[in-house]
Ligand binder design. Structure first.
Ligand code: ZN
Ligand code: ZN
Length: 345
């Protein structure tokens, strides 16, 4: 079978390997679709210091079930979460599940962009295989993980009812954040992106006002109009651009929250005046990845039609053309969310 892997040259290429066989407590899954994430693109650029496994947003059908697995059968439609916390350590006990030291130790083999991939026993045992309701088609299913990241972020931020937001960066993560924040009762959302295509998509998807960040003072004026000069409750950094954090702090109300969502480049610094941060009581909340309870909640929101995500998928490209899928995902004016499709699609 074939899978997409990172070549030493930094390109994504197809490799041929034997189909994985599930061991005790494991399953294998035949791929239907897996989203190309910003972090996959950063791995190609060499900016993300983790093992070079690509693809962590997969949905598909259970191919084979290993000994001792209960509750899953061949052919089941599932979403699979690649990482899973231990639920037993002091970090998990405090509820910070995605910061569990065990969290990123497990992963899909050989990754999510594979015709068939193996799910480790820890993931199966700890609930990281989620049955997909028939109402959730493959494209929306492939958005569960990144949308889950937005829900986990919002849980950690714990915004007040009817909160106002600015989202800096309207790529797939920013667009998903806007939809989830809207589903949870946001009163006003403003956003910026360099790409006019992304700004258009945001306006059709829950963002009240969108601006080009190069437009001097435009966002400040929009925030002042929307909040009577008070500032927003939450500023979300959904871009790797380190200057966005400073812009976010400036747009916050006193006591507001700066939510760091986008993966910063290694070594990037938070360039803000700490005295301003102190005197204005700004909270800085980094949020990373998502959890099984939040994925289940998100699945409920999708099934109940409180949340609709399908329109964010701009391209579904077969695994054989994975290089094209990655190239498209890296061009903001040409694509929103790109998903790679497999044999179960
Ligand atoms: Zn992702
Ligand atoms: Zn833990």
């Amino acid at each position: 079978m074939r899978f997409g892997r990172l070549a030493p040259s930094g390109a994504v290429v197809l490799a041929d390997v034997p189909e994985p066989v599930p061991g005790t407590g494991e399953i294998t899954v035949r791929l239907a679709a897996c989203g190309v994430c910003g972090t996959d693109l950063e791995k190609l650029r060499g900016n993300y210091r983790t093992a070079g496994i690509l693809g962590h947003e997969p949905v598909g059908r259970v191919a084979r079930v290993g000994a001792g697995v209960v509750g899953l059968a061949e052919g089941d439609r599932v979403f699979v979460h690649h990482h899973v916390p231990c639920y037993a350590c002091p970090v998990c006990a405090r509820g910070d599940l995605t910061f569990c030291p065990e969290y990123s130790r497990s992963n899909l083999d050989p990754g999510g962009f594979a015709e068939v991939f193996r799910v480790p026993a820890a993931n199966v045992a700890r609930g990281a295989v989620l049955p997909l309701d028939p109402a959730v088609e493959w494209g929306s299913g492939a958005l569960l993980e990144p949308a889950g990241c937005a829900l986990t972020a919002l849980r950690r931020v714990a915004p007040p009812d009817g909160a106002s937001y600015v989202i800096l960066g309207l790529g797939p993560i920013g667009l998903l954040y806007a939809r989830v924040a809207r589903a949870l009762g946001a009163s006003w959302i403003g956003g910026t992106d360099l790409s006019s295509r992304r700004r258009d998509a945001a306006r059709g998807g829950g963002v009240d006002e969108t601006l080009d960040p190069r437009e001097d003072g435009g966002l400040r004026r929009a925030v002042d109009r929307a909040t009577q000069g008070v500032g927003v409750d939450v500023a979300v950094v959904a871009t790797g651009d380190p200057t966005a954090a400073r812009t976010g702090v400036e747009l916050l109300r006193r006591g507001g929250t700066l939510n760091l969502m986008g993966l910063p480049a290694p070594g990037s610094r938070l360039d803000v005046d700490l005295q301003q941060l102190y005197l204005r009581g700004v909270r800085v909340v980094p949020t990373y990845a998502t959890t099984e309870p939040d994925l289940r909640e998100l699945h409920r929101l999708l099934v109940g039609k409180t949340l609709a995500l399908a329109s964010l998928v701009s391209h579904a490209i077969p695994l054989e053309r994975i290089g094209e899928a990655f190239a498209l995902a890296g061009r903001p004016d040409d694509a929103l969310k790109v998903v790679v499709t497999g044999p179960a699609f």
